[in-house]
Design a protein around this ligand. Sequence first.
Ligand SMILES: Nc1ncnc2c1ncn2[C@@H]1O[C@H](COP(=O)(O)OP(=O)(O)OP(=O)(O)O)[C@@H](O)[C@H]1O
Length: 240
Amino acid sequence: MLVTENLGKKYDDFTAVENLSLEVKEGSIFGFLGHNGAGKTTTISMLTTLILPTSGKAYIGGCDVVKDNLKVRNMLGYLPENVSLYGDLTAVENLRFFGRLSGIRDIEPRIEEILELLDFTEWKNKKIKTYSKGMRQRIGIAQAILHKPKILFLDEPTSGLDPQGTKAMRDILSKLNTEWGTTIFMNTHLLSEVTKLCTDIGIISNGRLLAADSLKNIEKEFPGEKSLEEIYFKIEGAKK
Ligand SMILES: Nc1ncnc2c1ncn2[C@@H]1O[C@H](COP(=O)(O)OP(=O)(O)OP(=O)(O)O)[C@@H](O)[C@H]1O
């Protein structure tokens, strides 16, 4: 579903991402892990066509993210760390607005289908400004999946959420993956969430990929470590 080959991004002289070669399989839930400033947002920004790579290649569904950027945009949904919604509009009005802006035909049944999938119909006619952060995140996801993307990117989707909101987010992503078959690429540093949700992980540090594999294989490689946190620190420590 997603392949990168020596993908890189330099900001002037500073290398934010270097030689990133990665594969994310269709139907997987991929957790991209790394400390603050590791290069996760820069990577997602390149993959979602928001910024241009300075080296290497990336393909989504076989399409080049630079050359075929319009096709790529149709295949992906993106939930940034801070969701922008209109506070004075309701969930339905926001979704209608964004749906029309993206040229989605027959938007009303799609909105209903998505709100039901996200278990949100109860609050759909309330103004966004009355929602909790978790509820806004859910409408952010609704907006990102209005066009039924094959792959959904999320940047720290549980940041700032309480345990209940975090669990609701996990349940939604799991449901989306199972019911729609959506591939999920998620930036995070919440390792406990990754263990509960992700099928595959990648670990990035100072712009370099340290490890990428299925969670099961990574756990097998480190039989002595009790948690993903211990594995993570071992991998980070070993490559320094
Ligand atoms: N527009 C920019 N210009 C210059 N440097 C940048 C720019 N954007 C990001 N960087 C730098 O690139 C590095 C990687 O940043 P990035 O935002 O990708 O990290 P991250 O892993 O997403 O971190 P966080 O978890 O804090 O969001 C950081 O050192 C950051 O300061």
